[in-house]
Design a protein around this ligand. Structure first.
Ligand code: KG4
Ligand code: ZN
Length: 354
């Protein structure tokens, strides 16, 4: 049995977990900074790194405690090395280095996107995952369509050319005056809305597997908001930002936006799954929590679709530990001089090129 401690701090969650054999979660602790960033309507990088510094030792100790083990029981320490916010990544990596040195354990620097993928291995499997599989990663920072032919083997089929899917949710949420993060808020607002109320564009409907969501965001802004008049903007104390058009239904806009985004993701994913003859589709990342997306993908794809349980869709340490397990099996060695990699595409030789 291998015990791996996974540490994650790439964005706004300080998280740690212990995973046994790359599969069984012995503990999973997540300290979210959502409340801290909510008043800014987005993640504030400087505040994020400070909050990681404050939380990390408590979170990691708690993960060890909850797993009812001690540090010497660990076989390795896995930590997110990138992609992500540089200051946030540094906190996790430096902490993990210190722990690994002190406890004399191997250190594994993990790609956060690979972590999201391995959240799919953390559930009790009725069926083993058989390669090749198609992977759709939809998170706050990334939208990636990958062909995964074996553990650690990825062919990048497409990705977003501008905003990530989660980023689009967050920006539209802010536009509509909904609480941060926008994804869950829009999903909630959309329940009572009419997805056909507004005909938003289905962006980048072409033969590629790339995505583009910034035009969709602009279309929502044009349809749902108005800028205050030049006169109002000049006057003291007046609201200077775009405001919701009067009479507009937030629920209808949310539902119509969500429908446009979901349809684009699903169309390309289903088409890629067919052309690459995969056994199934794996979806991971924060946006994979979205029920409309899950339903549409299940309906449109002629293949089984797998997504993580809700608590493993957003950032967590368990997924990093699980990815670490497979990297350790593949012989990834400790490099005590390793540095953070804020931009780090997931490819076959991801780990060789940094
Ligand atoms: O994977 P994640 O925790 O962080 C990154 O690696 O970026 O994803 C966070 C993103 C946010 O943009 C959030 O709005 C989105 O996931 N999200 C959702 C839902 N839950 C979280 N988007 C749509 N529907 C949801 N239910
Ligand atoms: Zn993430």
């Amino acid at each position: 049995m291998t015990y791996i401690l996974g540490i994650e701090s790439s964005c706004d969650e300080t998280a740690a977990a212990v995973v046994i054999n790359g599969k069984t979660i012995a503990s999973n602790v997540v300290a979210s900074q959502i409340d801290l960033h909510a008043k800014y309507g987005g993640v504030f990088p400087e505040l994020a790194s400070r909050a990681h510094v404050e939380a990390i030792s408590t979170v990691v100790d708690q993960a060890i405690h909850d797993a009812a083990i001690t540090y010497d029981k660990l076989d390795a320490i896995a930590v997110t090395r990138g992609p992500g916010l540089v200051g946030s990544l540094l906190v996790g990596l430096n902490y993990a280095k210190g722990l690994a040195l002190a406890a004399n354990k191997p250190l594994l620097g993990i790609n956060h996107l690979e972590g999201h993928i391995y959240s799919l291995w953390l559930t009790e499997q009725h069926r083993e995952i058989v390669f090749p599989v198609l992977v759709l990663i939809v998170s706050g920072g990334h939208t990636e369509l990958l062909l995964m032919t074996d553990h650690g083997q990825y062919e990048r089929l497409g990705s977003t050319l501008d905003d990530a899917a989660g980023e689009a949710f967050d920006k539209v949420g802010r536009l509509l005056g909904l609480p941060f993060p926008g994804g869950p808020s829009i999903e909630r607002a959309a329940i009572n809305g009419n997805p056909e109320a507004h005909a938003f564009p289905r962006p980048k409907r072409d033969a590629t597997y790339d995505f583009s969501f910034s035009g969709l965001k602009t279309a929502v802004m044009r349809e749902a908001t108005v800028m205050p008049s030049a006169e109002a903007r000049r006057s003291r104390g007046a609201e200077k930002k775009a405001q919701l058009r009067s009479g507009i239904s937030v629920s209808d806009v949310a539902a119509s936006f969500q429908a446009a985004l979901v349809e684009t993701l699903v169309e390309k994913t289903a088409r890629a799954a067919e052309s690459y003859e995969v056994t199934e589709i794996l979806m991971a990342g924060g946006v994979s929590a979205n029920q409309a997306l899950r339903q549409a993908l299940r309906k449109e794809a002629n293949l089984p679709v797998r997504y993580p349980p809700l608590n493993l869709c957003t950032d967590n340490g368990a997924m990093i530990a699980a990815a670490g397990h497979y990297r350790m099996l593949a012989g990834l060695e400790s490099d005590w001089d390793m540095e953070v990699v804020p931009m780090w595409p997931l490819t076959n030789d991801a780990y060789e090129n940094v």
